[in-house]
Write a protein that binds this ligand. Structure first.
Ligand code: UT7
Length: 358
């Protein structure tokens, strides 16, 4: 029997930090409000293109897997902040990697994009369509945030995470999955002013708008329901779960999902305080960090669960492989920057054409 195993993992976080204290200078908010309502303390703002973050995360995952670039059959770039509509950003990632034998595609399911992509990649490997997949979750959300809107700008950040999937004959990969959407409610979380919906729409600066409390209520129910469903589909008891690796949108949503699965904090991975919500990148970043701090034992039973724009949700019950140490590592880092967080946000503000930072 052929299965698909995660054999490599990696992340790339831009170095520039935007703290809650910084945000207090921008909008009417407080560290206390942001921390207690979301769990977020700081997030990263990128000075490089999303494909640069994606490339580094992918290089680290490829080294961890110990595969050659020529072996890669498919690059999937899960993102809702592509660099352009044409080409898909996956083309940039493929070119920067030099993955000369790979196909490449973007997959956009918003914050659920990594889980949607992972379930897709697992199926393609299991069925023999491809052998080696590099799957990246990457976002540069700072570019579509309105830093005058306290309801959204506190939540999101930039970053990338990646995994490599390869065939194996030992039991691994997706044992249960659920992919869901309520397209009728899509307007509750949207970026207006982008895409092809109306002529000239690109003249309007794209910005995220969100009905936060409505999205919150739906996320609590959908993430918990989907997680419970995939655990049952896998034939696991709740006690069989080694680690929940949830989408990091709001600690209170994660807590609700953990309660439904009756998981104590030792069996839930959290890094929302450090990076905020990086949409499709949260789970591969969290998985990488969980492996690095040895919270993923060999053959671990993991649950991935996400909710986001669309409104999409997704969950997967995942058996990890035997190897939890990287085959290799790369020393590369993102290029440094002399720009401050204010310099980087000024570029965003300028794109909105209405505010100047001092
Ligand atoms: O991954 C994509 C999916 N996205 C999510 O899952 C996000 C889901 N939503 C959330 O995480 C939460 O709804 C938020 C963290 C965005 C907001 O928390 P909340 O407890 O739902 O607050 P709320 O929207 O009901 O607002 C409560 C109050 C309001 O003031 P009034 O009307 O009660 O006077 C807001 O204006 O908090 C106010 N508020 C703020 N106050 C200080 C909203 N944003 C802020 C802020 N600082 N940044």
């Amino acid at each position: 029997m052929r299965y698909a195993e995660i054999t490599g993992w990696g992340k790339a976080l831009p170095p520039t930090v935007l703290s809650n204290a910084d945000l207090e200078q921008l909008v009417d908010t407080s560290d206390e409000w942001i921390t207690s309502r979301s769990g977020i303390k700081e997030r990263r703002i990128s000075h490089v293109a999303a494909s640069d973050m994606a490339e580094l995360a992918a290089r680290r995952a490829i080294a961890a897997a110990g595969v050659e670039m020529e072996q890669i059959d498919l690059v999937i770039n899960a993102t809702c902040t592509p660099e352009s509509i044409i080409p898909a950003s996956a083309s940039y990632v493929q070119a920067k990697l030099g993955a000369v034998n790979a196909g490449a595609m973007d997959l956009n399911a918003n914050c659920s994009g990594f889980v949607y992509s992972y379930v897709t990649a697992d199926s393609l490997v299991r069925t023999g369509v491809v052998d080696t997949v590099v799957l990246v979750g990457v976002e540069r959300l700072s570019w579509v945030l309105d830093y005058t809107d306290r309801a959204t700008c506190i939540l999101f950040g930039d970053g990338a995470g990646a995994v490599v999937l390869q065939p194996t004959d030992t039991e691994a990969g997706v044992f249960g999955s659920e992919l869901g959407v309520d397209g009728n409610m899509a307007d509750l979380l949207a970026v207006h002013g982008d895409g092809t919906v109306q002529p000239g729409s690109s003249l309007v600066p794209p910005r995220i708008v969100m009905q936060g409390s409505d999205v919150f209520r739906r996320a609590v129910t959908a993430m918990a329901d989907a997680s419970e469903a995939v655990v049952h589909e896998a034939g696991w008891d709740l006690d069989d779960i080694d680690l929940l690796i949830p989408h990091q949108a709001n600690q209170r949503i994660i807590d609700a999902t953990s309660r439904r699965l009756r998981l104590d904090p030792a069996r839930v991975f959290l890094n929302i305080h450090a990076y905020g919500n990086t949409s499709a990148a949260t789970i591969p970043i969290a998985l990488t960090e969980a492996i690095e701090v040895r919270r993923v034992p060999p053959r671990a039973n993991l649950v991935f669960a996400a909710f986001g724009g669309g409104l999409t949700w997704a969950a997967a019950a995942v058996r990890f492989g035997e190897r939890v140490t990287p085959v290799g590592e790369v020393d590369d880092e993102l290029p440094g920057t002399d720009e401050s967080v204010w310099d980087l946000l000024a570029a965003n503000f300028k794109s909105f054409g209405r505010l100047e930072l001092e």
